[in-house]
Design a protein around this ligand. Sequence first.
Ligand SMILES: NC(=O)c1ccc[n+]([C@@H]2O[C@H](COP(=O)([O-])OP(=O)(O)OC[C@H]3O[C@@H](n4cnc5c(N)ncnc54)[C@H](OP(=O)(O)O)[C@@H]3O)[C@@H](O)[C@H]2O)c1
Length: 217
Amino acid sequence: MRGATALHAFEKATGTLGVEQLDLLILHQPAVGVFDRTIAAYKSVEKLYADGLVRAIGVSNFTPVSLRQLLDVVDVIPAVNQIELHPYFVQKDSQQMNAEHSIPTRAWSPIGGITFYGGQFGGSGRATVTDPVLVEIAAAHGRTTAQVMLRWHIQQGRQVIPKSINPARIAENFDVFDFELTGEELGRIDALDTDLRGGPDLDRPQPQFLEFRIPEA
Ligand SMILES: NC(=O)c1ccc[n+]([C@@H]2O[C@H](COP(=O)([O-])OP(=O)(O)OC[C@H]3O[C@@H](n4cnc5c(N)ncnc54)[C@H](OP(=O)(O)O)[C@@H]3O)[C@@H](O)[C@H]2O)c1
């Protein structure tokens, strides 16, 4: 996204929502290989922030490499870095880098949706929601595996944005504040990390995203 397109995106979003101010505006991902575009886009949203048109600005899918590049040249520290993060991919290095700069880590695919909605994880036959370790921990608490994963994030200080179109699951995903995982259980879930991502590697150029056209935009 370039500076002008970032402003266009703001105008489209506020127009569609029928509001004048956004609570949070984030860049979806770094433009690796043409990072000047990312800087221009971020500078534009910094201006929206300075003008009071957005209450907070942040980033998504920024690895330690791209976050370093960004922090070297911008004025406003991102209010959040939203990254792929579920028991099969925990990105410890990104979490640590975010924490060093007091940037909250927000997990996308927090219950590992990306490990099952496009088929099972990397053809491995595994999916977070049916993982035997998570099934066992869930049974010990009388909860679901989704609830266990959400607790795991929350107890480790991460923000979560689970998605469901099913009202019962939406309620289930909110109902996670009256039980607690033990340190041993948190450790068992940490140990499920495969270091394999479900989404693209955002330290490598992703030209298909840069050429992506959204007709209604
Ligand atoms: N910044 C980025 O690059 C990026 C990338 C991907 C996603 N995201 C955002 O992250 C959010 C969540 O990520 P996500 O949708 O990839 O994955 P997710 O929230 O981990 O998983 C969503 C999947 O899990 C199912 N589900 C939801 N609650 C469940 C439950 N309690 N038990 C069993 N299954 C359940 C959903 O199906 P049903 O809807 O049928 O319940 C859906 O298939 C979305 O808002 C998305 O826009 C951001």
